[in-house]
Design a binder for this molecule. Structure first.
Ligand code: ADP
Length: 426
């Protein structure tokens, strides 16, 4: 293993893994800290759920991930967080970064959430989302991590005990040698973590090259764009074109959707205009009706000849109505559990190509299927690669799975995904 990554949430880990594959690294994503031997891969992304847990818990989980990655031989560690720098004055970016530095014996690292392709840029230490500052992007109203200050040097300083500094865009624009010199100067002055500006992919490549010898790098998935090249130039990577290759998967196909985002509503409508769809009724579920069994009986009528979609996806008015009857959390949990049971039933019915829509829904499905490792393959749409479960205990044969978080994907995402994965009905 060359690069060991620790990601603070599940879909962020997938996004990062897809980026590394794009750069030519064979990559495996694990769900939590693995117990067994490391997989055969150039990079492993350990996905935690540590973004909003108490800082002490985030630190101890991240250190456990680090110990496993070190034992597996990782030469460099990458700590991945959200490109909107989701955190509070209590953490968890600062405390986790500092704990990893201490454990690695490192006195310096960088922090860069920039992902210009997705509209996240850092300029003079300030994080922009599209054309506006972070604190005017809607993130100021986030229920758990409201981001009300766009100045990342200040934001990170408030949650760190070491000194936080800045490497500005004008230095980054001069290339790796200039940036390396600036980072060395910051370090010599006693800076522990440097925010680094980046407004383009070229900047991310410069950052990657300038940080080739740092034991720890922290950032969004964008920074990972510049990391594979360091290993490639040392001749440590195989044929880049092969990195996205997955084992061949054949069999019935299904889509399970619990996301109610605008994008997913449009994707479900697009699919349902021409193909089979079963709609889960949350109120019938709450009533104790055998909705899971009904959904699976319906699926049996179509599988394996046709791909099926089973969804709870609904427009905002319908969601609000269900939430006012059942409560927001209770409705969410009930539907996630039902969709996870349905996904397990579909795999038992022989489904081997499964698309799941919704971040929380994906987490519930992956848990229900007992998946603990996913080999990451080609991108379907930005941020959503196909993956194959290495150790899905239930599947018996490899299971291809794509996990789409809410707003990702084009309108024809589901059909596009199935057309890309293995063989079988689309
Ligand atoms: P996204 O990635 O779009 O945020 P998630 O799966 O993370 O999707 O979250 C969607 C949440 O909405 C889940 O908890 C899901 O169970 C819940 N949900 C799905 N359908 C409905 C519905 N019809 N009414 C109320 N809640 C729903």
């Amino acid at each position: 293993m060359l690069l060991g990554c620790i990601a603070d949430d599940f879909t962020g880990a997938t996004d990062l893994a897809g980026m590394l594959v794009r750069g030519g690294m064979r990559t495996v994503q694990t769900i939590g800290v693995p117990e067994g031997a490391p997989p055969d891969a150039d990079a492993v992304v350990v996905s935690l759920k540590s973004r909003t847990v108490p800082a002490a818990q985030a630190v101890s989980e991240s250190l456990a991930a680090l110990r496993w990655l070190q034992a597996a031989g990782a030469r460099q560690i990458f700590f991945k967080y959200c490109s909107t720098f989701d955190s509070t004055d209590a953490g968890n970016i600062g405390p986790v970064a500092q704990a990893l530095m201490a454990a690695l014996g490192a006195d310096f690292t960088i922090a860069c959430p920039a992902f210009p392709e997705n509209g996240r840029s850092v300029y003079r230490g300030h994080l922009f989302v599209g054309d506006g500052l972070l604190n005017e992007s809607g993130m100021e109203n986030h229920p758990l991590t409201p981001m009300t200050d766009p100045n990342l040097v200040r934001v990170l300083q408030r949650q760190s005990s070491c000194r936080v500094g800045l490497a500005r865009f004008d230095t980054v624009a001069q290339g790796p040698a200039a940036l390396r010199a600036r980072l060395q100067a910051l370090r010599a002055e006693g800076t522990g973590i440097a925010i680094v500006d980046a407004v383009s992919n070229a900047d991310l490549m410069t950052i990657g090259a300038a940080c080739d010898t740092l034991p720890l790098i922290t950032g969004g998935s964008g920074v990972a764009l510049g990391l594979p090249a360091n290993f490639a130039t040392q001749g440590l990577l195989g044929d880049a074109a092969q990195a996205a290759r997955l084992p061949a998967v054949e069999g019935a196909a299904a889509i399970v959707s619990g996301s109610c985002s605008r994008a997913t509503n449009a994707q479900v409508a697009h699919w349902a205009a021409a193909r089979p769809r079963f709609q889960v009724d949350p109120l019938a579920l709450a009533d104790g009706q055998p909705v899971v069994e009904q959904a699976l009986a319906w699926a049996r009528e179509h599988l394996p000849g046709q791909a099926v979609l089973i969804s709870a996806t609904s427009p905002p008015e319908a969601v609000a109505q269900v939430q006012s009857r059942l409560g927001v959390q209770a409705a969410g949990d009930l539907i996630e559990q039902a969709l996870a049971d349905i996904a397990r039933g579909l795999v038992d019915l022989g489904v081997r190509r499964l698309v799941v829509a919704g971040g929380e829904t994906s987490g519930a499905v992956v848990r229900a299927l007992g998946i603990d490792q996913l080999r990451v393959g080609p991108q379907i749409d930005p941020g959503v690669p196909w993956m194959v479960a290495d150790t899905g205990a239930r599947a018996g044969a490899p299971l291809a799975i794509a996990l789409k978080s809410g707003n990702f994907g084009s309108e024809d995402f589901f059909a596009k995904a199935l057309a890309l994965a293995g063989s079988g009905p689309r």
